[in-house]
Design a binder for this molecule. Structure first.
Ligand code: TYD
Length: 299
């Protein structure tokens, strides 16, 4: 997929423990090649962007449901000892007050979150039916360095660096719980090592923010004017608020180490210092340009 760049892995390219294999999780041959001899599998692979799923839902079903099926089949053949599947808090849908527990019903709103719900249910069915040692995490909104600039924080940060407007959907009073990428990684590592197979773990930092406040935070860090905020038509089926109860993963010994203000500053600074990285995506990747064109018109 052209949305992945090997640049992201430059820091570890000389580490002998790491091998890069380019493949597609929908291809049984690619998956068999990549999984050969592995004791654990962690599935991060997914189509993840809600707005894209509204325009092109088919690839979400292919990757986020059928791709998981291909992975589970091969994991079963390989007899892996752990299979960690990364899911999302979006499978619960919106919650006006309180926090979703792992036992709450799934009520996804978008083709993206419905596909993710399908994928994780399928993975868990391999635990129940075949005893595949599946673990599932449902994480809140991630942010941090290297995030593809279609998501709120990197899109707005890079637009503002370029003095371009930032498109806030609806009234901007939707709430997301922002989880710094390194906190997410620590949570996943812990679940992989210590989680109970067959179980689901919510992961969230408790950093609940209105989109508009996140936007103003980025403007302030970059010293930009609020006139760059443009209110645009709301996303269809837009979930108002996501919030998860994290008692279960906290009982395993995890807690987030980044508060939102510090994490946001670190992230914005990273994009300021890595213009080459994101400009290469925004200017050169046909996939990105076509997407922005479709979503917001030319920007
Ligand atoms: P996003 O980063 O797409 O994550 P998700 O939809 O998975 O939560 O969006 C985060 C929030 O920001 C969401 O409420 C939609 C909103 N948003 C905008 O207002 N404008 C934008 O251009 C984007 C990409 C997102």
């Amino acid at each position: 997929m052209n949305r992945i760049t090997l640049e992201n892995l430059r820091d570890i390219e000389n580490d002998p423990r790491y091998t890069f294999i380019k493949g597609d999780i929908r291809s049984p041959e690619d998956v068999a090649k990549a999984m050969k001899g592995c004791d654990s599998v962690v599935n991060f692979a997914a189509e993840t962007h809600v707005d894209r799923s509204i325009h092109e839902g088919g690839v979400f079903v292919d990757t986020d449901v059928h791709g998981v099926f291909v992975l589970c089949e091969e994991a079963r053949r390989q007899n892996v000892s752990r299979f960690l599947h990364i899911s999302t808090d979006e499978v619960y849908g919106s919650i006006a007050e309180g926090h979703f527990k792992e036992t709450d019903r799934l009520n996804p709103s978008s083709p993206y979150s419905a596909s993710k719900a399908g994928g994780e249910l399928l993975a868990r069915s391999y635990f129940v039916t075949y005893g595949l040692p599946v673990l599932v995490t449902r994480s809140s909104n991630n942010y941090g360095p290297y995030q593809y600039p279609e998501k709120l924080i990197p899109l707005f940060t890079t637009n503002l660096i370029e003095n371009k407007p930032v498109p806030v959907y609806g009234d901007g009073r939707q709430v997301r719980d922002w989880l710094y990428v390194e906190d997410q990684c620590e949570a996943l590592d812990l679940v992989l090592q210590k989680g109970t197979v067959g179980e689901i773990y919510n992961v969230g930092a408790g950093n609940e923010e209105f989109n508009l406040d996140v936007t103003k935070g980025i403007l302030k860090l970059l010293g930009k004017r609020e006139e760059l905020i443009t209110y645009v038509k709301d996303r269809p089926g837009h979930d108002r608020r996501y919030a998860v109860d994290t008692a279960k993963i906290r009982a395993l010994g995890w807690k987030p180490r980044h508060d939102f203000a510090a994490g946001l500053k670190k992230t914005v600074d990273w994009y300021v210092q890595h213009e080459d990285w994101w400009r290469a995506i925004k200017q050169k990747q046909a996939d990105y340009k076509a997407w922005i064109e479709k979503q917001y018109g030319t920007k």
